[in-house]
Design a protein around this ligand. Structure first.
Ligand SMILES: Nc1ncnc2c1ncn2[C@@H]1O[C@H](COP(=O)(O)OP(=O)(O)OP(=O)(O)O)[C@@H](O)[C@H]1O
Length: 258
């Protein structure tokens, strides 16, 4: 099947089931280079499974996933791991940092795994921590950081090697309301300023009483919203593919120097 010409990452007819219970039922998806797409839907609608299939962590039972000209769905485990290490970034809802390493060492991990020298890796990691407003935490270990600071370190780690595609799975779920919008704006602005494509799984506004504004879910920062329900793409307006609100150059508002 030929790739859509403008899509950096695309999938067709994805099916996946856990022990016979379907999580994805024929989902197709595409994202252009530099685009920020929010994957929305209620709990259990298949957002995480979709991101895992798109990023090569999970092989779909049927369907195709292509990253540029690479057929992710047919690559072996080692090739998919290389793809994830070099071309993708991943942010989870919980910041899984290495407790024994400092914040900058955690942020530098992808670079160190790429074989970049210690000094250069530290410089790049500290620059990202600065951009994400946690530069003063660089020498602290995760245990000495607040949850929001740990999540910013995890964001720095996901961006430090300038991945082609960043997958963010409910990255603000554990944060307080006041931190959510700021972390999302920072993430979005950092990705946009570096031309990084973003697939952001975010909970359904209507089902999340703690999220009072679209800004807190990332929806307002996205170029498009792709809505899932029961493992299928939801066709229910108005949530499907809403254009982002008009804003200069499509950029998210952000006061940080990213
Ligand atoms: N490891 C697993 N084993 C069994 N069932 C699973 C597993 N992971 C997910 N599921 C089920 O698959 C379906 C889709 O789950 P998924 O986590 O992809 O949805 P989600 O939209 O990300 O949900 P949430 O917002 O709660 O994270 C759900 O019914 C879920 O219970």
């Amino acid at each position: 099947m030929a790739a859509p010409p403008d899509d950096v990452l695309w999938a067709r007819g994805l099916h996946y089931a856990y022990d016979g219970s379907p999580a994805l039922q024929g989902v197709s998806f595409g994202i252009r280079e530099g685009e920020v797409v929010a994957v929305s839907g209620p709990r259990g609608s298949g957002k995480t499974t979709l991101l895992r299939c798109l990023s090569g962590q999970t092989l779909p039972e049927a369907g195709e996933v292509w990253f540029n000209s690479s057929p992710v769905h047919t690559l072996g485990r080692a090739a998919r791991e290389r793809l994830r290490l070099h071309r993708f970034g991943w942010i989870d809802s919980s910041p899984h940092l290495v407790a024994e390493l400092t914040a900058w060492e955690n942020a530098a991990l992808p670079l160190l795994l790429h074989g970049i020298g210690y000094r250069a890796a530290r410089k790049q990691a500290c620059a990202w921590l600065d951009r994400l407003d946690v530069g003063d935490c660089a020498r602290k270990r995760p245990g000495a950081l607040r949850q929001a600071e740990r999540q910013r370190v995890a964001v720095a780690r996901a961006l430090v090697h300038s991945p082609a595609v960043l997958f963010a799975d409910e990255p603000t779920a554990p944060l307080h309301r006041t931190d959510r919008a700021q972390v999302l704006r920072t993430l979005s602005a950092a990705a946009r300023s570096h031309g990084i494509t973003v697939v952001l799984a975010t909970h359904d506004l209507t089902l999340t009483p703690t999220a009072r504004t679209a800004d807190e879910t990332g929806a307002v920062l996205a170029d498009r919203i792709f809505t899932l329900a029961d493992g299928r793409r939801s066709r229910t307006p108005p949530a499907e593919d809403l254009p982002a609100p008009a804003r200069p150059e499509g950029a998210a508002p952000c006061s940080l120097s990213v």
